[in-house]
Design a protein around this ligand. Sequence first.
Ligand SMILES: [Zn+2]
Length: 219
Amino acid sequence: MNIDLPQHLPNETILINDVMKVENGILKLQFPMNFHDCMYALTYYMKGNERCSYCSKTFPKEKITLDHFIPQNFGGPTIPNNLFPACKNCNLEKTNMLKPFYDNYLSLPTRGEKKQFLSDFQQIAHFLHRWYGFSFIKDWVEEKEINHIIVNISLNGSYKGKKYKKIKNYYKEYQHFQKPLILDHKNFLLDGFNALMFAKDNGIIEVPVIVLENVEVIF
Ligand SMILES: [Zn+2]
């Protein structure tokens, strides 16, 4: 898939311009970089940092966050296509709800009903995680053999911390990964180091990935 990109990135508007540039429709990321920081900066550049996408009110930029439209625990990747400026209230309120559920939640008139809805949603979410896997982002995801994924180990030397445990626990419960790994168009790993290590440690040969065709890591 292609991520949403501007034609070019003016130097002065991007905080981390020394590590990324857009050339001929390709986003070039200078290694080493923080992939999430790059995606956040890109999204703010394209979508602004003043107006909340949900309540439509304007805020000072320090009150604006980025919401994962498809929540991360449903596999939603950290790329501009899935990130929307949101005020802290809306982001917190939407939490891990998919948009149709959030719309239902907002339509409820009383606090009591909202509270009940959230409690019911946790049950539904459990069912969705178990049976639907990556169906919400299925057009973006493919399977790839871990042998074909290129990783620079020096960037992420240690693992088996909290993130690794989270992946392990989720996999144990649902028998699939919570999020796909993210690769550039040459299969260089951009996001998902712990998931890749978990796959290696457990003899899992193929993992779900999102290949970003218009992104390239440069050295
Ligand atoms: Zn809002």
